[in-house]
Design a protein around this ligand. Structure first.
Ligand SMILES: [Zn+2]
Length: 269
C-alpha cells in the first residue's frame, strides 16, 4: 500500500512535469473508484496547474479555481506516459498535460479522483487529518503535548491519522526502534525527552524512505510498469526471530489493534 513516502516521491516525480502547464484533456475509463469520479473533471481542460501539494496521502493539484484531489488507495500509482500509450486494464483515469498523460493505475480501485472548489484544508477528507510529521511544527514538544492524557499504546497513537498523518505500520515500528521505545508504552506517559527522540526518529525514518524512493524517480516517466515502491533494509519490521542489528537479541512480534508490531526487547524499553 502506498504510504506517505511513496506519495511524497510521487509528488516530487510528477510535479516538474505538471506545474505551469495547461491540462488538455481528462479521460475517465472507469469512474467507480472509492468514490465516483465526479463529472466536473471533464471541465478541467484549459486550466493551468499552479502547484502540486500533498496533505497526508492526498495529492492536491492546484488548478487556480479548485483542486484536483488524488489518492492512491491500496494499490494505486501515478505515472507519466506518452500520449499514444495504450491503457491497460487497470488504467482508470488520464489527465492530458504537456503532451503527456498523467495516468492513474489502480487495480483494487480504492483510490480517489475528486474535485473541490473549497480550500483543501476544509475538504471533508482532509480537515480531520493530524499534523504532518515532516513539518517544522512537528517536534518533540508538539508530540509530547499531543500525547498528554492518552492511554493508548504509543504504536497505535502514532498510527492514528487524526493525530499524526502518514506514519504507517512499517514506519511506526521502525521509528520506535530508533527511539528505543517499547511499542506498548502508554502514550500519555512518554517523557519530554523520549518524545523528542521519537519525533526525530519519525522524521529520520520517513526521510530515509523518501530518499530511497527518490532514486527510482525516473520510473515515474515513460515507463509502464508499477513504480518501485521501496522498502528499506528494516531494523525490526518483518524480522521476527532474527537477531537485532544493534544488540543481537531476537526480534519479537506482537499484535496491536490487529496490526503486527515488531520490536527488539533488548533495545526498546
Ligand atoms: Zn536490540
Amino acid at each position: 500500500m502506498p504510504e506517505l513516502p511513496e506519495v511524497e516521491v510521487t509528488r516530487r516525480g510528477i510535479a516538474p512535469h505538471l506545474v505551469g502547464r495547461v491540462i488538455s484533456s481528462a479521460t475517465v475509463r472507469n469512474g467507480r473508484l472509492r468514490w465516483p469520479i465526479p463529472d466536473a473533471v471533464h471541465l478541467l481542460a484549459g486550466r493551468k496547474i499552479r502547484a502540486v501539494a500533498r496533505r497526508g496521502k492526498y495529492l492536491l493539484l492546484d488548478c487556480g479555481d479548485g483542486h484536483l484531489v488524488l489518492h492512491l488507495g491500496m494499490s494505486g500509482s501515478l505515472r507519466l506516459v506518452a500520449e499514444a500509450t495504450p491503457p491497460g486494464k487497470h488504467d482508470h483515469f488520464d489527465l492530458g498535460i504537456g503532451g503527456k498523460l498523467l495516468r492513474l493505475r489502480d487495480p483494487r480501485r480504492f483510490g480517489a479522483v475528486l474535485w473541490t472548489t473549497e480550500p483543501p484544508a476544509e475538504h471533508r477528507l482532509i480537515r480531520h487529518l493530524g499534523i504532518e510529521p515532516l513539518s517544522r511544527a512537528f517536534d518533540g514538544a508538539r508530540l509530547h503535548a499531543l500525547t498528554r492524557g492518552h492511554r493508548a499504546a504509543i504504536k497505535q497513537f502514532l498510527m492514528d491519522g487524526r493525530r499524526i498523518v502518514g506514519v504507517g505500520n512499517i514506519y511506526a515500528s521502525e521509528s520506535l526502534f530508533l527511539a528505543a521505545i517499547h511499542p506498548r508504552t502508554r502514550s500519555g506517559r512518554l517523557s519530554a525527552l523520549r518524545s523528542a527522540r521519537l519525533a526525530r526518529a519519525i522524521k529520520t525514518t520517513l526521510r530515509a524512505a523518501i530518499r530511497a524512493g527518490g532514486s527510482s524517480l525516473r520510473d515515474f516517466v515513460g515507463s509502464d510498469g508499477a513504480p518501485g515502491y521501496f522498502q528499506r533494509r528494516a531494523w525490526v519490521y518483518g524480522r521476527e526471530g532474527q537477531e537485532c542489528r544493534r544488540c543481537g537479541t531476537r526480534i519479537r512480534r506482537l499484535v496491536q489493534g490487529q496490526r503486527a508490531t515488531f520490536f527488539c526487547p533488548g533495545c526498546q524499553r
